[in-house]
Design a protein. Sequence first.
Lengths: 131, 339
Amino acid sequence: MENNQNPGFKNKDFGQSKELFYYYQDGGAFDKKIGFHSEDDAMILQQAWDLFQERIEEARKRMQAGEISPIAYYMEKNLLDPLNLSMVAGISIWRVKRHFKPRIFGCLNEKTLKKYATAFNISIEQLKKAE
Amino acid sequence: MDKNTHIINYTHRQAGHCESGATSNLFSFSGLEISEQMTFGVGNGLFFSYLPFLKLQFAPMITFRNFPNMVFKKGTENLGVNATVRKNIKNPKDAMDALDRNIMNGIPTGMQVGVFKLTFFPPEYRMHYNMHNLVVFGKEGNYYHVSDTVMETPQVISYDDLVQVRYAKGAFAPKGKMYWINSINPNPDFKTAIRKGIKRTVYDMIKIPFPLVGVKGIRWMARDLKKWPVKFGNDKASFYLGQILRMAEDFGTGGAGYRYIYGSFLKEAGTMLNNDGLLEASDMMGKTANQWREFTYIGARNCKDRSKPEEDYGMLSKMLIEIANNEEKVYKKLDKIIL
């Protein structure tokens, strides 16, 4: 349970820090231990990150095929959904969803682009080029 | 040493739950030695709600804890601590100036932050989650010393990064919320505080007349869980199940959705007040917590293998119903105990 090589994580940056966990043994003794994640814990976390990665890859492909705008791709890349993106960028949700269409994205003005760029923590050029 | 530097002699203790850990460390700093589980119980941090219509990271929102800042608010209220909470600070500069003033006056200050941009945080946890708590206890030039109870040691963060996390946006945005303790009674009436804490938790878990919270929420979730593979397909059902497991097991919860911490609180309270009923309840809670853990482990294996989904989900659902029944027994027992 407690070793440095945690097989549950594929990503090397994950599972580096020790945390405090509570335990209970039958007979009424509660226990605190500082240690690494168990394998099952790590697997649950890794599953979520795998799914995010899948979503990002799919969004990248769809963007390159011209089906969705870079905003939709960067939204996935930043682990956001339309509702959260609308809150972070300060743009109403129906406008955000509209901006997923490449044609509408082409007509956006600097001010709106700036809002998105700040939300994604990138420059406007990067957002337009979408790399 | 310029006058911009001041580090308070603050003891960092690692904890299972971010807010009760921060609160108990703050109480201990002010002169009231108190354990994490005691703070958690008195501040009634235990809760359950299942909100399928709200989505958090693409899956239904499930929470095993109370609303952010509840532990601090209830803990100070029940223990008679004089504390200040400032929220909705419009201007980030005001919020940072207030923090600087506190540090110069030797007051460690707790605050609510978002973890997505928290630089020192373990990368596996960096999602859009805005209900994390940490305590700032020192300033050195442009850097702040931070005690984050998830981490083993105190950490350092720069001014700009701290502004970023304090003004993280999205659901439950922290908006610069900060709190600190003015004065504390070193010998509070623990009996009253424990009674109030337990009463409120029992109310939250079995008496709220709304189906999605408390024990009723667990049952509702169990019924929904059975339908997921048919309704959404295997991949999505597996991810949704993962969300339950993540919320129950991870994010510095100490496992089993805080049930271990709560059981440990009941044990400490029972020992302190010489109450056999509480000790028995703590035993039952511990067993329920072990059931939760078993549930998460079986669930995790199910997520991995994805074998015979309908049957497995049916079994998990049955397990959850049993857990709900056992938990209900604990709360009903607690309800009858007269302190």
